[in-house]
Design a protein around this ligand. Sequence first.
Ligand code: 13P
Length: 341
Amino acid sequence: MDTKLLSKTARAMVAKGKGLLAADESAGTCEKRFNTINTECTEPNRRAWRNLLLTTKGAEEFISGVILFDETIHQKTLDGEVPFPQYLESKGIIPGIKVDGGVHDLALCPGEKVSEGLDGLRKRLAEYFKLGARFAKWRSVITIGEGIPSHACLYANAHALARYAALCQEASIVPVVEPEVLLDGSHTIERCFEVSEATLTATFAALRAHNVSLEHTILKASMVISGKDCPKQASVEQVAEQTVRCLKRAVPAALPGVVFLSGGQSDEAATAHLNAMAAMPGLPWPLTYSYSRALQNPALKTWGGKAANVAAAQKAYYHRARMNSLASQGKYRPDMEKQAA
Ligand code: 13P
């Protein structure tokens, strides 16, 4: 365990004005996204899409690291056939890797999930380190519904996150611990607060119990927000206030930083929420983005699977990355969207 390397990586991941691009969709999730643009989800098409994002000129001004999927970490750029992790390093972007094996039904807990993938993880992490990965992500999902989440679900997922995080640190890889409270459902923001606090509390108790070094851990959090189908949607200010209040109650100040997922929010909403939080005084940690959909969606639509649209799509991705960079410093205003359009 190289603590100097862990510190250096963690600090760089949340450097001022920078955040992460999550480009670690599994082939199944990629297929869902490609279906929206009538593009076949083949290996060459996935490579072309990842190539478009990763080779966008200037993105390194705003992107500190990219979370890759297993397939992508083994792929090469279209021009010059440079392995993606090496290409990213040459631009000063840290390669990361998704290491959970996806969500599965949790036995005896109807409607709840647990993330699998601990078996053989030590060996996989050693291989990913050799390929250049310096951080890794594990995502758990917590569903809000009638009578759920259960204690069993919160603790099963917290335990898995802690075991994964310990293995990462042992391998000198920074863990990005992601207990995602899903946006799906008609719950209120108050209910989301309650579940998010319980989830984070369980997660940090497990991390401590497994001797995980908090100074070398990044939290990937969901925002405290009204359920997608809740008739009363909280304002940007409410989301920001409740998210920061929840994090302050449950997340140790020792963490080097907190990054957010977008979770199905519109891209501009995800940017506005981050901005409102980052503008608050006296935050114990840097807050920034680790978005997939909220960074990729406009670019994906513009691309539409066509080589002729690559330059325009890269422009759309660069724009979203820039807007989020400003938001992570509390310097974003919605009228900046129009200026660039
Ligand atoms: P979204 O920003 O689309 O929620 O994805 C982030 C992520 O990495 C989920 O694991």
